[in-house]
Design a binder for this molecule. Structure first.
Ligand code: NDP
Length: 314
């Protein structure tokens, strides 16, 4: 029986996870297939229920469902419970376990960008979705003393502050409205800036005007496609130290692979596939559009593969 792992989100076609994880299964000759399931929130519970089947090793969860799946899990690991978001699901018999490997992935990115310098204590986080939660969770556990979250819809940032009220009771965690003057004032006081919004996935778009960026910040953009976003270009021009989302993608993915298979992840094969994807584009993989939709594929063409049928590779 070929084992299955799926990415559940809306949309999913842009994701590099399928290429990276399939390369890992192939490198270790594990008989498993990574599939892309595009599901709206209304179809989410049904998709999660399907994962209890014997053929599933587990799943990844992405935009915008990382918080929605939390109550659908039988058990949460500490990182997922603390964060309030799940990006990896593993299976123990019929039980579904929710994990958050974005937290570990982000810590690896933070360590890399800070390098040998002293870990800063103040950060500005843009975005309050599932990724924003993982970033805040990681920053709190790294000992940050002041974290300011900006989000288009302020109430979501305030929700994160409420969620972390206990674990952040010793420090200053606050939500602020997304006004340029407020952003500018905060950026002048901080050392770390993290973009955890999806603004920048379209080349040229940026969450922050270039002139607001002070020099000498550590700037991490969670977006990995494009590998260098407009924010990172502007930050490099302002003499900031910058890092894109690929290292986090690799590290969260390696941890996920280990949770599904119980084997050490073949990180070099995964990195090689990311390099190949960046250079030559995504391989064509069918996207299962769920109960209501027709199948599409990662290269944007219509697919002859109906929902639920095996996704072709290459
Ligand atoms: P969510 O859908 O949960 O959150 C999206 C965030 O982006 C929200 O804060 C949302 O604000 C904001 N946003 C979206 N569009 C706009 C807009 N037009 N203007 C202002 N704000 C906007 O997604 P995730 O948190 O899961 O992911 C966020 C980003 O992080 C994505 O680009 C994703 O690819 C990346 N990511 C990268 C990872 C990696 O390993 N490198 C891991 C996880 C995520 P609002 O709440 O107001 O709608």
């Amino acid at each position: 029986m070929t084992n299955r792992v799926v990415l559940i989100g809306h949309p999913v076609a842009h994701s590099f996870s399928a290429a990276m994880q399939q390369a890992a299964f192939d490198a270790l000759e594990i008989d498993a297939r990574y599939e892309l399931w595009d599901r709206r929130q209304i179809d989410l519970a049904e998709a999660i229920a399907e994962l209890r089947g014997d053929d599933f090793l587990g799943a990844n969860v992405t935009i915008p469902h990382k918080e929605h799946v939390v109550p659908m899990m039988d058990r949460l690991t500490d990182d997922a419970a603390v964060t309030g978001a799940v990006n990896v699901i593993s299976r123990e018999g019929m039980k579904l376990i929710g994990h958050n490997t974005d937290v570990t992935g982000f810590k690896a990115a933070l360590d890399k960008v800070v390098g040998k310098q002293k870990m800063p204590r103040h950060a500005v986080v843009l975005g309050a979705g599932g990724a924003g939660r993982a970033v805040v969770s990681a920053l709190i556990s790294e000992g940050f003393q002041r974290i300011v979250i900006f989000n288009r819809h302020l109430h979501r940032a305030e929700g994160i502050v409420r969620h972390f009220s206990k674990s952040a009771s010793h420090m200053d965690l606050r939500a602020m409205p997304w006004h340029e003057s407020v952003l500018e004032a905060e950026l002048s006081k901080t050392k770390v800036l993290v973009n955890a919004t999806s603004i920048g996935m379209v080349p040229g778009e940026t969450p922050i005007p270039a002139e607001l960026l002070p020099p000498d910040l550590f700037v991490i953009d969670l977006i990995y496609n494009p590998p260098v976003t407009q924010l990172l270009k502007d930050a490099a021009s302002a003499r900031c130290t910058t890092l894109g989302g690929e290292l986090m993608l690799l590290q969260q993915g390696a941890r996920a692979f280990e949770l599904w298979t119980g084997k050490p992840a073949p990180v070099e094969a995964m990195q090689a596939e990311l390099d190949r994807t960046r250079e030559h584009g995504l391989r064509r993989i069918a996207v299962d559009m769920g109960p209501a939709g027709a199948a599409a594929s990662t290269d944007g063409t219509a697919s002859s593969h109906a929902a639920g049928e095996p996704a072709p590779r290459g």
